[in-house]
Design a protein around this ligand. Structure first.
Ligand SMILES: NC(=O)c1ccc[n+]([C@@H]2O[C@H](COP(=O)([O-])OP(=O)(O)OC[C@H]3O[C@@H](n4cnc5c(N)ncnc54)[C@H](OP(=O)(O)O)[C@@H]3O)[C@@H](O)[C@H]2O)c1
Length: 323
């Protein structure tokens, strides 16, 4: 089969398409003929050999995809040949085929396209746990979302608005500000021109944000401690600008701040939990209040271009691969 095969860590040039053996499903697995795959920031950590997400070489990148089941192992009961499915957390979706444990497959609804199906599992379910599981968000709460025009950011903004929150987004450019506003952000701070701590304080009458959703890390987390209100919550769930500096515990005590580490896999601990969260996202899509904002569709041969856009802040919304 054709797949992107990474044999060394490095720049986008290590993303090379090659012919490799088609995988064979084990007794509890299904072989999925991939139609689409999602591109995510975690793919960049893996490609560059980040010590935070170690992946042994060689590997086929991509942790999210959608397709049709071509074959199932002897012990598979959750799905059958011909089913339309999606998945997240299984490495190897930049390829024509992948094997996935059947308990980790998400049955798809007819009305959801393969393009949408590669765009919602990782970022959609992450948005879902970020707004429902870290702290209770009440209508009118001020929630600060970093990288608000990104793939994850746009979903979080829409979900927060659905819950009635007052959303403050940060972005790097005017163009990205327009996109974040269109998704529903009440206030957008262009952090390359404005100080996000000062602006957040202004917007919240000096109080600070109730909750900060931070997937940026190094350039934001330390400043979040000044932008958050007394007894506020911060979720740190990504490091697109690098791993954040250590935090002095005493600084949390001064304002009684809670910081939670976010990792989707810790919120998908059983099939019941996976399907419940996936269905919440599909409900939002089908009800029309959650838009996926697919801004780029690439072929396997073009994944280097796509990763370059994502890594260098040149993308908004979701990038996917059509296989
Ligand atoms: N732990 C989890 O459960 C989980 C799940 C999904 C995603 N994530 C994390 O969520 C974050 C967003 O992921 P995504 O795929 O949706 O990406 P994305 O937000 O579409 O792209 C990253 C954005 O981060 C901002 N950024 C700020 N400083 C940056 C820097 N130095 N280099 C690159 N980007 C920088 C840029 O937006 P501006 O130009 O507006 O600054 C950029 O567009 C990532 O950190 C990812 O690892 C975590």
């Amino acid at each position: 089969m054709r797949a992107v095969n990474v044999t060394e860590y490095g720049g986008i040039n290590v993303l090379q398409v090659a012919e490799i053996p088609k995988p064979i499903p084990k007794k509890n697995e299904a072989l999925v003929r991939l139609k689409t795959a999602g591109i995510n920031f975690i793919d960049i950590y893996m490609r560059t050999g980040s010590p935070n997400i170690p992946v042994p070489l060689p590997f086929v990148p991509g942790v999210e995809g959608a397709g049709i089941i071509e074959e199932i192992g002897d012990k598979v009961s959750e799905v059958k040949q011909g089913d339309k499915v999606a998945f997240v957390g299984n490495l190897g979706s930049y390829a024509e085929y992948i094997t996935v444990p059947s308990s980790q497959l998400i049955p798809l609804r007819e009305e959801i396209s393969f393009e949408q199906s590669a765009a919602f599992p990782l970022q959609g379910m992450t948005a879902q746990y970020l707004v429902h599981d870290i702290c209770t968000i009440k209508p009118g709460d001020h929630v600060l979302v970093h990288a608000a025009s990104g793939g994850l950011g746009l979903l979080v903004v829409q979900w927060l608005k659905h819950l009635g929150a007052n959303v403050i987004g940060t972005v790097s450019t005017e163009e990205k500000a327009v996109i974040a506003k269109k998704a529903g952000a009440d206030h957008v701070i262009i952090y390359t021109k404005q100080d996000f701590v000062e602006e957040t304080k202004k917007i919240t009458n000096g109080i600070g944000a109730d909750y900060i959703i931070d997937g940026v890390g190094k350039s934001t987390l330390t400043k979040d401690l000044d932008a958050i209100r007394t007894r506020g919550h911060i979720c740190i769930f990504g490091l697109s600008s690098g791993a954040p500096d250590p935090i002095v515990a005493h600084n949390l005590q001064l304002k009684s701040i809670a910081i939670t580490g976010g990792n989707l896999m810790n919120y998908l601990t059983s099939r019941e939990e996976l399907l419940r969260r996936a269905n919440k996202v599909m409900d939002g899509i089908c009800e029309g209040w959650l838009k996926l904002n697919i801004s780029g569709i690439f072929s396997l041969d073009q994944v280097n271009k796509a990763q370059d856009l994502l890594q260098n802040r040149k993308s908004t919304g979701k990038l996917i691969i059509k296989i």
